[in-house]
Ligand binder design. Sequence first.
Ligand code: IDP
Ligand code: MG
Length: 172
Amino acid sequence: MTPYRDVPSGAGLDGRAGLRGEAGVPSEQPGRTTEVGVSVRTVVLVKPDGVERGLTGVCLAAFEEAGLRLVGLKMLTLSPETAREFYRTHRDEPFFDGLVAYVSSGPVVAALFDGPDAVRRVREVIGATDPAQAAPGTLRALYGLSVQRNTVHGSDGEESARQEEAVLFGPC
Ligand code: IDP
Ligand code: MG
């Protein structure tokens, strides 16, 4: 059983069951996962530089303080193979090998957060990829060390959230 299976608002990988029910949107409206007020689930990863420096708690608290609900959580060390799968959309980027080596270099904490517009809200809390460009008060502005070692990951869309959840938490 996955750690979030019993959470009433949780959804399967298809993003349907449960989420609409909580938001009061009829469940017979397939594919409608982006309406205002409808909960979606997104993936957060506290990266190795964040875990190593003891920032896991403060990072997770920032998402809860932003009104998001923690519905899944695990600590793990990604194998290089899993890291490649997690970041596969970047496989042709020049930074890909370095990114894979870094994110598999030590323990990470993977979390699932649920709430209306959760993908966008998580990314607002995290800030821009480059900590030097991140808005003041965002996690990357506060804690990021470099473009690569930027402390926290957040899914960039609902489809990538589903794919990342499948990689990190397995099929449900
Ligand atoms: P995001 O994490 O803000 O969504 P992406 O462009 O999806 O940024 O890149 C994924 C991750 O790859 C970044 O968080 C960062 O760790 C790393 N990365 C992105 N661009 C660079 C770069 O130019 N040099 C080194 N690492 C990078
Ligand atoms: Mg991204």
